[in-house]
Write a protein that binds this ligand. Sequence first.
Ligand SMILES: [Zn+2]
Length: 189
Amino acid sequence: MDYLWTPWRYAYLVDADPGRRKGVPEELAAWPGDCDCVFCNLIAAAQFAIEHGVPVADAERAAHIVLRAEHSYICLNAFPYSSGHLMIVPYAHEETLAGLDRAAALEMMTLAQRTDAVLRQVYTPQGVNLGINLGQAAGAGVAGHLHLHALPRWLGDSNFMTVIAETRVLPETLDTTWQRLREGFSRGE
Ligand SMILES: [Zn+2]
């Protein structure tokens, strides 16, 4: 419970392969750019693929993006605290909430509402964590680009669900999580 947002997990994502562009999935490596930011690279690589004829579902699956809204996108955390751990990420590379465009900030809250609803529908959790860590000192793993975490929670978390409820929260592959949540978001459209 003390490790709700786990910056050390991001270290993997960012530093696992120094020669590779941060956040660019291998399947989307055709994108030629590099923003030196996991979140900017991820969405740019996905958009590039879509613009160059890759089916939307394939590009979004590769990037683990479940929704692209007007000002933000929603993607899976590659190193989740629990299955269903999502992040709402503004397209704008912005460090502080105060500095975020007002329309983007308002949309983030709307997306948080929708994410809450989808997580409850898909995972039937007993609670949901929603939170933003602004800056490295506050625990942000990707400090330069703000993002809102959303994850389903259970009393006792995965132990309870696995042992007593016989519902496996972890492990679930990211592809499975992506499929379930993408369907969850598409139902509300
Ligand atoms: Zn960025």
